[in-house]
Design a protein around this ligand. Structure first.
Ligand SMILES: *Cc1c(COP(=O)(O)O)cnc(C)c1O
Length: 398
């Protein structure tokens, strides 16, 4: 019986395997170097080129590149004139950026519980929480599995509210034949280093509504009516007018050049993610203590994260003990996410407490994110399986 590394035994791997890692190749570096050597490095022609390519990829009408996924959410809600006294419905099982974007407007994040098998927001729970102050819904496509968008869009139409889809995980995912980006009123993406493609830091809003597009484009750079690019050159003037209190959320041409280059490869990245997800599924079947994630009928998952659930009834350990044991085996497992209503900030500010969202809490106790990224190898997956078997053997109830 092999000793667990946490108790002094040899780890399954010598080198730590992270849960995610960016993949930058020579073409990416060449693209960035060209912009660095040019005479325009901030928001300019590369940002426009990236927006055009992104529109084509997602099949959306308008796209606005920004400097983070959080800024994309912030500007989307800003464009809807959401403010003090307003409520925005979202899921507690998400990264804090989703709820913080609501707080930035002075509005209240109204959490509703999730569906156990997908970890996404439950449309039935949304219906229970819609009130006269509800202005928008932000479904989050957790792990890359699209939310129940048809039902959510129906609810939104009935009550005259707007849907902002947080697609930070789901670039390239599909609902039927429609790519994520074609369904909600506004869809936001993140290009943080661990996401499906990267600009180091960056984000994008897509929409089919021209008025929202114009508002977001202007607000992205202080709410000025003319950009520095438009004022540049011998024909340009210095004059600009401030039209609103905007943000400083524009993307640089350096980041955009990386985005253009990464977007060309994103389908290859997604195919590798899908392959490793299927390999995990096959290999994890042998382990009774693990429940694997399912791709729902009628959607295409983008496999940004591979989140398993532990059968705690069959184990003599908690998720956190399993987490620590696997980390000692040099497997970079992670947890996505601690539900937001269990964080002190939202509890103090909005009065949330443990017990408010029982399904999110139950899922939180058993979820574990396994390493998944396009640059990983088959052997890495085998190491993860080996480590999970080793740790489960030790903690199995007998
Ligand atoms: C990454 C992420 C964001 C924020 O994106 P940034 O680019 O890091 O600002 C928002 N929502 C979710 C669900 C995310 O995973």
């Amino acid at each position: 019986m092999k000793n667990l590394a946490i108790f002094g035994g040899n780890p399954v791997r010598r080198e730590f395997l992270p849960y995610a890692r960016h993949w930058i190749d020579r073409e990416d570096i060449k693209a960035v170097r060209e912009v660095l050597a040019s005479n325009w490095i901030t928001t300019g022609p590369k940002v426009e080129e990236f927006e055009d390519a992104f529109k084509k990829y997602t099949g959306s009408k308008f796209a606005i590149a920004v400097n983070s996924g959080t800024a994309a959410l912030d500007l989307s809600l800003f464009s809807l004139d959401i403010g003090r006294g307003d409520e925005v419905i979202t899921t507690p099982l998400t990264f804090c950026a989703t709820a913080d974007a609501i707080c930035y407007q002075g509005a209240r994040p109204v959490f509703v519980d999730i569906v156990e098998d997908t970890l996404n927001i439950d449309p039935k729970e949304i219906l229970k929480k819609i009130g006269p102050r509800t202005r928008a819904i932000i479904p989050v496509d957790i792990a890359g599995q699209p939310s129940d968008m048809d039902e959510i869009m129906d609810i939104a139409r009935r009550f005259g509210i707007t849907v902002v889809e947080d697609a930070a995980h789901s670039l390239g995912a599909k609902i039927g034949n429609r790519k994520v980006g074609q369904v909600a009123h506004l869809t936001t993406f993140s290009f943080h280093a661990v996401k499906n493609m990267t600009t180091a830091e960056g984000g994008m809003v897509v929409t089919s509504e021209e008025a929202l597009y114009n508002k977001i484009r202007r607000a992205r750079y202080f709410g000025l009516d003319r950009t520095s690019q438009e004022r540049h050159g011998s024909g340009g003037g210095w004059v600009y007018e401030k039209t609103c209190l905007g943000r400083k959320s524009n993307m640089s041409d350096i980041c955009a050049s990386l985005g253009i280059s990464q977007l060309k490869k994103v389908n290859r990245f997604l195919a590798r993610r899908r392959y490793y997800a299927s390999l995990y599924k096959k290999r994890l079947k042998e382990i009774d203590e693990v429940i694997t994630p399912e791709e729902k009928m009628g959607v295409t998952h983008s496999w940004h994260l591979y989140i398993i659930k532990l059968r705690l009834d069959k184990l003599r350990c908690t998720r956190d003990e399993m987490f620590r044991a696997l980390r000692y085996e040099n497997i970079g497992v992670n947890v996505h996410y601690k539900p937001l209503h269990l964080h002190r900030y939202y509890q103090k500010r909005f009065g949330y407490k443990r017990g408010d969202f029982p399904i999110a809490e139950k899922c939180f106790d058993s979820i574990l994110t396994l390493p998944l990224f396009p640059a990983m190898r088959k052997n890495d997956v085998e190491d993860v399986i080996k480590a999970i078997k080793k740790v489960c053997n030790y903690y199995r109830k007998r």
